[in-house]
Design a protein around this ligand. Structure first.
Ligand code: G
Ligand code: G
Ligand code: MN
Ligand code: NA
Length: 253
């Protein structure tokens, strides 16, 4: 049995689940959002990382139903937390390239929001650099419509792909997420310069900045001192299962 075949049944056998990793406002260290992160618990293969199975899902087209499940589950969860009177936070969902390029993407997102009751204001979509760079005209158009719905938009893993800064300007995104590889390397002056320049550039383009993969207090202090808006990483919280995340929000009341 190959992983590819097993993935075909993962949805109906309910082997997929979401973890939630908190995002904090750098100045106050208050939780303002979470990122939904997909996990696959297979009965014999064990816990499989999305790094392994997202590419398979993309190849086979399974990413469409899986991505739809992720979006719906995340939005439903977010609405549920709000209904429970917990502190309102923004839910971030990763979109893969193939998912973003679906002709009926907008319709699907509108439908999920309607079905789950979540206001678009509380949804953030994370797209990757590579996605953003192919077929720019269509991308700009799609992003514009999404933004007009009130959904927040982030460019993820920034700095790892091929970025064209002129595209970035046109995309008019809300958030730039600096890839964790830059944060990990922030012990050298060159890398500190790079990160602080990225923060300034993003602010100049009217974007807020999330640093991902923050693992140490030193990294956090440097980021905060240089105006980074939000932080995410093991120094604060690992991705949490639903029950842990709910308990954390209950403590934030
Ligand atoms: O959570 P983790 O560090 O294992 O995630 C590894 C990679 O998988 C990251 O690049 C992350 O963006 C991606 N990923 C996690 N969940 C999803 C998802 O629901 N959809 C897509 N397309 N990618 C995801
Ligand atoms: O590509 P994306 O940003 O969506 O990926 C998020 C991934 O980063 C998740 O798989 C998550 O588990 C992982 N991650 C989150 N915080 C940290 C961290 O502090 N260090 C490392 N190494 N990985 C992290
Ligand atoms: Mn992400
Ligand atoms: Na990332």
């Amino acid at each position: 049995l190959t992983l590819q075949n097993a993935l075909r049944y993962a949805l109906e056998r309910e082997e997929l689940f979401l973890c939630y990793q908190p995002l904090l406002e750098a100045n106050t260290q208050k939780i303002t959002g979470v990122e939904a992160l997909l996990r696959w618990q297979h009965p014999t293969f064990g816990l499989i990382s999305p790094i392994e199975f997202i590419p398979l899902a993309e190849e086979s087209g399974l990413i469409i139903p899986i991505g739809e499940w992720v979006l719906e589950t995340a939005c439903r969860q977010s609405y549920q937390w709000q209904q429970q009177g917990l502190m309102p936070i923004r839910m971030a969902v990763n979109l893969s390239v193939r998912q973003f390029n679906q002709p009926d993407l907008i319709e699907r997102i509108v439908n999920v929001l309607k079905q789950t009751g979540l206001s678009p204001h509380w949804l953030k979509l994370e797209i990757t650099e590579s996605l953003a760079m192919n077929c720019a005209t269509k991308t700009v158009q799609t992003l514009k419509i999404l933004k007009s719905l009130g959904v927040h938009l982030a460019i993820d893993d920034f700095g790892t792909g091929y970025s064209s800064l002129s595209y970035l300007k046109q995309f008019n995104l809300d958030i730039l997420k600096i890839d964790r590889s830059f944060i990990a390397d922030m012990s050298t002056q060159n890398d500190i310069t790079l990160v602080t320049s990225l923060i300034k550039m993003a602010h100049g383009l009217n974007m807020q900045v999330v640093a991902e993969g923050v693992e140490t207090e030193q990294q956090f202090n440097l980021l905060r001192a240089n105006g980074c808006d939000f932080v995410q990483g093991f120094f604060f919280y690992k991705p949490l299962v639903e029950k842990e995340m709910t308990q954390l929000l209950q403590r934030c009341r």
